[in-house]
Design a protein around this ligand. Structure first.
Ligand code: B12
Length: 212
C-alpha cells in the first residue's frame, strides 16, 4: 500500500507532522497497529539505520527521525493496548547504563502492554541499583534489559549478577534484547531469555511469566 511507503518516508525525512497524520489515516481506515508497525514504521527506521551507518545521515537527523517515529507510535499505542488481554502481571523494562537508545525498548514496552502486562518503564541509562530498587518496589517477576551498543551490552551481565546476588531479586527472570544481541550472547551472560523483536518479546514474557 502506498500509504505504508509514505509513512516510512515521513520517518526517514523526520516529518513528525506527516508521520502522525498518516498513522491517524491508516488507523481510521481500519489498518491494525501491528501492520502499521511492521509495514511502515520499522521499514522507515531500518532505512534510517542503514543511512546512519553509511554516514548518509547524522545524529541530529536520526533524532528527528526518532521523533517522527514516536509521533506515529503515540497514535497506534492505544490500539495495541485495546487488543490486549487484561492483568497478566507487571514487567519492568529499561535501557542499560550508558545507553540512550529507547525506540526498540519503547516498542517492546508497547507490545507488552498490548499483550496484557502492566509495564514499568524505567527509561534510559539505567544502572543496576535502579533496576533492583524498581523490582523490589513493584514485586516484578520479569525484567527486560535493552542495549544497542556493543560497549553497553556487557553491562547487562553486571545487572544479572547483581540481581542474582540479592536474595530478594534472585528469582527475577531477565529477558534481554537490542540489535547487537544474540541468543548465544544472552546465554553466555546468564539471561533467562532473548527475543529479536517486540512481537517475540511478548511470547517470551508469556513463557517467563508461566502463562504458556
Ligand atoms: C536511532 C539511533 C540512535 C539515536 C537514538 C535515539 C533514540 N531515542 O533511541 C541517537 C542519535 C541518539 C543515537 C546515538 C548513538 N548511536 Co545510535 N543508532 C540508532 C539507529 C540508527 C537505530 C536504532 C533503532 O532505534 N532501531 C529501531 C528499533 C525498533 O530497533 P531495536 O532498537 O533493535 O529494537 C528492536 C529489537 O532489538 C528488540 N529489542 C530492543 N530492546 C529490547 C529489549 C528486550 C527486553 C527485548 C526482549 C527485545 C528488545 O525489539 C525491538 C523492536 O523490534 C542504530 C542503527 C541500527 N540499525 O540499529 C544506531 C546504532 C545503534 N548507534 C550506534 C552508535 C555508535 C551511536 C553513538 C555512539 C553515536 C555517536 N558517535 O555518538 C551514539 C550513542 C549514544 C548513547 N550513549 O546511547 C551504532 C552502534 C554500533 C555498535 N557496534 O555498538 C549503531 C548500530 C549505528 C552504526 N551502525 O554505527 N543512535
Amino acid at each position: 500500500m502506498a500509504k505504508y511507503q509514505d509513512l516510512a518516508n515521513s520517518i526517514i525525512r523526520g516529518d513528525n507532522i506527516a508521520s502522525k497524520e498518516i498513522a491517524e489515516k491508516l488507523v481510521a481506515d481500519g489498518v491494525s497497529a501491528t501492520e502499521i508497525l511492521n509495514n511502515g514504521l520499522m521499514p522507515g527506521m531500518n532505512v534510517v539505520g542503514k543511512k546512519f551507518k553509511a554516514n548518509e545521515m547524522y545524529i541530529p537527523e536520526v533524532l528527528i527521525a526518532a521523533r517522527a517515529m514516536h509521533a506515529a507510535m503515540d497514535i497506534i499505542k492505544p490500539l495495541l493496548s485495546e487488543t490486549g488481554e487484561e492483568g497478566k502481571g507487571s514487567i519492568a523494562i529499561g535501557t542499560v547504563q550508558g545507553d540512550l537508545h529507547d525506540i526498540g525498548k519503547n516498542l517492546v514496552g508497547m507490545m507488552l502492554e498490548g499483550g496484557g502486562y502492566d509495564v514499568v518503564d524505567l527509561g534510559v541509562d539505567i544502572p543496576a541499583e535502579k533496576y533492583i530498587e524498581t523490582i523490589k518496589k513493584n514485586k516484578i517477576k520479569v525484567v527486560g534489559l535493552s542495549a544497542l551498543l556493543t560497549t553497553t551490552m556487557p553491562g547487562m551481565k553486571d545487572i544479572i549478577d547483581a540481581l542474582k546476588a540479592d536474595p530478594e531479586t534472585a528469582g527475577t527472570k531477565v529477558m534481554v534484547g537490542g540489535a547487537p544481541l544474540t541468543q548465544e550472547y544472552a546465554d553466555s551472560i546468564g539471561a533467562d531469555g532473548y527475543a529479536p523483536d517486540s512481537a517475540s518479546a511478548v511470547d517470551l514474557a508469556d513463557k517467563l511469566m508461566g502463562h504458556i
